[in-house]
Design a protein around this ligand. Structure first.
Ligand code: ATP
Ligand code: MG
Length: 656
């Protein structure tokens, strides 16, 4: 492509970001403002205008999936594989391999069974989950903290270490020694070794810096101090560095990322230019209204897309009904121009993916998990599956033991890693139960074969499939229609998020999920959810309140974006007794509540299981005349519609 055509379809600040010859440059802007577009265009533009040799470009990001996305976008701009786009770990490993090779050094082995390795080192700390210890080790490493500084650093960062801080520091040292002794390196060691080599050998440093002399980093809000050190080592003192990021999408703090590195970038770099992008090109104004509501801000990007439908929130009696509801919605939206791959279902945890994947493939809809194998790919499930699929085992007994282990003891306090581990195993347990119900003569190998048919088998040849991803895995991506499932207390925010900082990160995660949508956004939650064989009552996410207010605001036909004034006003009105009195005087609302009372009594369930107050309030206000109108109201999912539509419409017409 020629340089000029690479500037087409860019607004003024975007164009500046692409063409500026100053450096370093940092683009700080919100979701969907074109940061990744600008980054890839700049690479292409500078190559096309002969300012850059493509073989000297290094584009960095944090996950392999995001690196794949970067490569795709570069390819679509006509760049072949000359430009290196990868993750920090991937590039570090390539460099180290080359160097080991040149110097005739036998490469160390990569430690891939870190959890069991660490478990052996912590024999004295019984009852502590090694996964928790490993995540703490990784956090410390990411923050450049070693055994001797751990206790102090953990305290300053407000961590809750899985074992005594002093013991943790000690374990860190033993972990490092044991790895050295056995010539093993883990992923973080790769970064540290790459840094050490560059620092230790000026000639080598010069060669590395010459090889990658034009540096680009996407999603810079997720950089951790260890990666930042490596970036600085690669960079030397060249100003040719271009980074983009959005502080509102910082979602890896728990992993040691430090969004402050983005915030402080400009002040640390005397010559840096900061570019701000203010327009959003991804999402409809309606979706952006909800994005603002999720962050609780009235400010945000200017929408550039046309109007779209008002997003909706639907509740379902349980997770199976929720999955079925999403399947229906996906099928309904599918058309000649709207392919499967134009829709995505996003969830907070890996463990939720299995039910959805099964529901979709059970309905004959091709689906694939984005960026990972879901719970089936996790180490705990793989280990368990290996045991279950051995020939000659009694599956019934093993499954009962698994279920018992998942259920645990009454009143048990679970750690973060244990909650995840158990819900992943719960997904496996559900699959095995299902297998037992379909195969009259169940065997281990039979189970193995059956699970094999579930994985990816449904994806059609052209790869047209609904995408399933976690909020983390969806970062940087976009789809015309997005379904967000499981918007419940305990998932959004995740149950183990307790501190203010953790809860803020959970809010940003929801913001990331919402801002993936271009035209349609559907949120759902279930009143009951099954983990393993344990069914738990659920409450809607506390964040749904503000989202619902924003939806009400949009439904009332008000201008998108001004949602906050409306919400504040709504909150005031709620506090005013008069408003409540007026509601209590509304004959339809009173009739609806009476109906709900008798309904709940007959079914022997609490009233809110039938409908909650805000749903009844919405019904009373809208006075729907038919099923279709009723079905559009918040809180009325297809299941409830099926069950109660007739009765509700009767009550309304009698009370009007
Ligand atoms: P995120 O923070 O979610 O990673 P981003 O800032 O990287 O978002 P992009 O993915 O680069 O945003 O852009 C969002 C969408 O808007 C893309 O489909 C992109 O092609 C489109 N887009 C960006 N800038 C423009 C523009 N000036 N004109 C038209 N479309 C644009
Ligand atoms: Mg991006």
């Amino acid at each position: 492509m020629d340089a000029e055509s690479l500037l087409a379809g860019l607004n003024e600040p975007q164009r500046t970001a692409v063409t500026s010859t100053d450096g370093p440059l940092v683009v700080l802007a919100g979701a969907g403002s074109g940061k990744t577009r600008v980054l890839t265009r700049r690479i292409a533009y500078r190559i096309a205008s002969d300012q850059t040799d493509p073989r000297r470009v290094l584009a960095l990001t944090f996950t392999r999936k995001a690196a794949g996305e970067l490569r795709d976008r570069l390819r679509s701009l006509g760049l072949r594989d000359d430009v290196v786009a990868g993750t920090f770990h991937g590039i570090a490993l390539t460099q180290l391999r080359q160097r080991w090779n040149e110097r005739g050094i036998e490469p160390p082995q990569i430690l891939d069974r870190k959890v069991s390795f660490v478990a052996r080192l912590m024999s004295s700390s019984r009852g502590v989950d090694p996964l928790d210890v490993v995540s703490e080790l990784e956090w410390a490493r990411a923050r450049l903290v070693d055994g001797s500084t751990y206790a102090e650093a953990a305290k300053a960062a407000g961590r809750t270490p899985p074992i005594e801080p002093a013991a943790m520091g000690d374990l860190m040292e033993r972990f490092a020694q044991e790895k050295r002794r056995r010539r093993l390196v883990d992923f973080d060691d790769l970064l540290a070794l790459a840094i050490r080599d560059i620092r230790a050998d000026p000639d080598y440093a010069a060669a590395v810096r010459w090889r990658h002399r034009h540096l680009y980093v996407d999603e810079f809000q997720d950089v951790n101090p260890l990666q930042f050190e490596l970036l600085s080592a690669w960079r030397g003192n060249t100003p040719d560095l271009f980074v983009v990021g959005d502080p509102n999408q910082a979602i890896y703090g728990w992993n040691g990322a430090d969004p402050g590195l983005l915030a402080r970038f400009a002040s640390r770099e005397p010559g840096a230019t900061v570019i701000d992008l203010r327009d959003n090109y991804r999402s409809s104004p309606q979706i952006l209204t909800l994005a603002r509501a999720a962050l609780g801000t009235s400010k945000g990007l200017e929408p550039h897309r046309g109007d779209g439908p008002v997003p909706d929130i639907r509740s379902f009696p349980d997770d199976a009904a929720e999955a079925a509801g999403i399947v229906d919605a996906i099928r309904h939206a599918h058309s000649v121009t709207r392919q499967w791959r134009h829709q995505a279902v996003l969830v907070r945890t890996n463990a939720q993916l299995a039910v959805l994947e099964q529901a979709l493939s059970g309905a004959g809809i091709p689906a694939k998990v984005k960026g990972g194998a879901g719970p089936l790919g996790t180490p705990e499930v793989k280990t368990e599956l290996r045991a279950l699929t051995q020939p000659g085992r009694d599956l019934q007994i093993m499954l009962a033991q698994l279920d018992e282990a998942i259920e645990g003891d009454e009143g048990e306090q679970l750690t973060q890693a244990e909650i995840e581990r158990r819900s992943n195993l719960g997904a496996l347990s559900r699959l095995v139960h299902e297998y037992l119900s379909v195969d009259p003569e169940p065997t281990g190998p039979g189970l193995n074969a059956w699970i094999g048919t579930l994985k990816g088998g449904e994806v059609s040849a052209d790869g047209d499939a609904v995408e399933l991803a976690t909020f983390h895995g969806a970062k940087g991506l976009e789809w015309p229609i997005v379904h967000i499932a499981g918007v419940e207390q305990g998932l959004v925010p995740i149950g183990y998020a307790k501190t203010g900082g953790q809860l803020e990160e959970e809010k940003r995660l929801l913001y990331v999920a919402i801002t993936r949508a271009e035209q349609e956004l559907h949120l759902t939650w279930a009143a009951e959810r099954t983990f393993g064989n344990k069914t738990v009552r659920r409450q809607p996410s506390p964040y749904l309140g503000d989202l619902q207010s924003a939806i009400d605001h949009l439904r009332a036909g008000r201008r998108p974006m001004d949602w906050k004034a409306q919400v504040d006003q709504g909150r005031k009105a709620l506090r005013r007794p008069k408003a409540i009195e007026a509601e209590m005087d509304d004959p339809i609302f009173i009739a609806l509540r009476a109906w709900r009372r008798s309904r709940a009594k007959a079914a022997d369930v609490p009233a809110y299981v039938i409908f909650n107050d805000s749903t009844l309030r919405a019904v009373a206000a809208a006075k729907p005349k038919n099923r279709a109108q009723l079905g559009r109201l918040p809180g009325i999912g297809p299941v409830k519609l099926e069950r109660y539509a007739e009765e509700l419409l009767d009550v309304i017409s009698e009370a009007s």
